[in-house]
Structures are given as C-alpha cells and as structure tokens.
Design a protein. Structure first.
Lengths: 149, 145
C-alpha cells in the first residue's frame, strides 16, 4: 500500500510542477522551440530547476544500498549509444515540435481534457502500443536467431 | 529573435517540483520518473508492476486538478491546442513511437538521465531537442513563411 501512495504523491508533485511551470500550454513549448521567431526561454528554466534539484539529490540517494520501499534501484544500466536511441529521439522531436506536447504535459492536461487533448493522448497511446509490439517481436526474433546460431 | 511571454520564476519553481518528484520516486521506489516509460508499462505491460504506474499517472492528472482548485493563474482551461486534429494525431503517434524506440522523453532522459550523468540520456536529449528545434523552424519559417 505504502509504495502505491508514494507513486501517487510523486505523480501529483510532477503534475503540479508541470502546471505551475505552464508546460501544459503547448504555445509556450512551441515558442521555446522557435529560436528564430518568438522565443520564450521558460522551458530552459523548467529543465534547469528540475535538473538542479535532481542532480543534487540523485547521487545522495544512490549512496543507499536500497530504496526505502523497494528491494533495489532499477535505474537504467546501459551506457552505449545505439542507433535506436538516435532514431527514436529524432521521431520524438518531430512529434514534440509539431504540436508542443511531450508525454508528461499531455497526460497532466487530462485534468482539463477537451477533444484536442483526448485526440493527442489517444494517438500517443496507439503510437506507444504499435512501437512496443513491434519492438517485442523484433527482440524475440533476434533472440531466436541468436539461439539458432 | 524576439523574446515573448518569458516566465522564469514559475518555470523554475515548477521545474524544482518536478525534480523533487523524481528524487522522491527514486528514494522511495528506486524508479526513474520517466513519463513515457511509466505510461508505456501500462499501455503494454511487461510483467506484474502495473499498479504503481497507474497511480503515478493518476497523480499527474490530480496535480493538474490541484493547480486548478488552488485557483492559480493562468487558468488552465484557457489553454488551446496550437494545431488542428490531423496534426495532433500525427504528433501523438510520433511522440508515442519515438519515446518508445528512444527509451525515454523529456523527463526520463532530460531530467533523470542527465542528473545521473548518463551519456545515453545526454545524446538522447540533444537529439530530440535538436529535432524539435528543426521541426518548428521548418513549420514556422519555411512552410509557414
């Protein structure tokens, strides 16, 4: 029960932060990305504030052997940069630039949902589902080929 | 370049709240606060750990509600999408596919990964930021001009 409450608290802080920072307004996001037009530097301060707190807290937290309410830390361990990372980043960037919505603000915007927000969230869910199914099939294929070899 | 609607103070406070949320999730659950990763694990679950993800996403929405209950300005209900339904669909699909293939979004790579000094997250953040800057430049200044 306690870990679930913790997840709810973390999500709530995150959503409140996005709302306070006005990152749920795609006009602000697109203006941040418009360096050569009407530039709104606010998003850089959101990233800066988030990074400042997290970059100080993370190394202190990671000195612990275990988290407070879980058996172990499940932070990503992979270090090498691969093609998948770059291709995914490019695709995500195009989508983000087109409408001004990344996943956090999109989901937080469900708190004042209208048909536009429901449309982009539905498309995001479908896109994620297609990619996860495709990646799963691709991984399985790669594994079975490796076993045969 | 013309600077518009710059709101550094709420941006920094909101950002700090997001950082606090990420630090809290790491401390308590040992998990990275990457929204696309958390949501992806609900949309097509891997194994058993779905409930905390659902509560985190409900929290995101609750956070938006709390902001509105507090009556803070600006009013969220005034926010408008900047593009039509067709573009919203394409953008949503691309964000879903891109964050899944690239294993993370603005939060997971940008705020959590950079804080852990992950080289992968640095490359990912520069890639999607660069791609988004180029996209807006093309849409606003080449196509829209």
């Amino acid at each position: 029960m306690l870990p679930l409450i913790a997840a709810l608290v973390a999500g709530t802080l995150f959503g409140l932060g996005l709302a306070v920072a006005q990152m749920v307004d795609p006009a602000k996001v697109i203006n941040f990305l418009d360096l050569f037009g009407t530039w709104d530097p606010s998003l850089a301060f959101v990233m800066g504030g988030g990074l400042l707190v997290n970059a100080i807290a993370t190394p202190i937290i990671m000195r612990r052997k275990t988290p407070l309410l879980a058996e172990f830390f499940r932070t990503p361990t992979k270090h090498q940069v691969d093609k998948r990372l770059i291709v995914g980043g490019i695709i995500f960037g195009v989508g983000w630039g087109l409408a001004g919505y990344c996943p956090g603000p999109m989901l937080t915007s469900l708190s004042f949902a209208n048909s536009d927000i429901l449309t982009i969230v539905a498309a995001y869910v479908v896109g994620t589902l297609i990619a996860r199914i495709a990646l799963r099939a691709w991984e399985r294929d790669r594994l079975s080929r490796a076993q045969r070899a | 370049m013309e600077i518009v609607n710059f709101t550094p103070v709420p941006a920094f406070i909101g950002g700090a709240l997001i950082g606090l949320s990420a630090a809290f999730l790491l401390l308590v659950k040992g998990r990275v606060a990457g929204i696309s990763g958390i949501a992806g694990g609900i949309i097509l679950p891997e194994k058993g750990d779905v409930p905390w993800r659902i509560l985190f996403v409900l929290g995101l929405i609750l956070g938006g509600f709390i902001y509105q209950w507090m009556g803070l300005a600006p009013d969220l209900s005034q926010i408008q999408a900047q593009v039509g339904k067709g573009t919203l669909i394409i953008a949503g699909l691309l964000v879903g596919v891109g964050t899944t293939v690239g294993t993370g979004c603005t939060s997971g790579h940008g705020i959590c990964g950079l804080a852990r000094r992950s080289p992968r997250s640095l490359v990912a953040t520069l890639t999607f930021m660069g791609s988004a800057f180029v996209t807006v430049f093309i849409v606003r200044h080449l196509v829209g001009a």
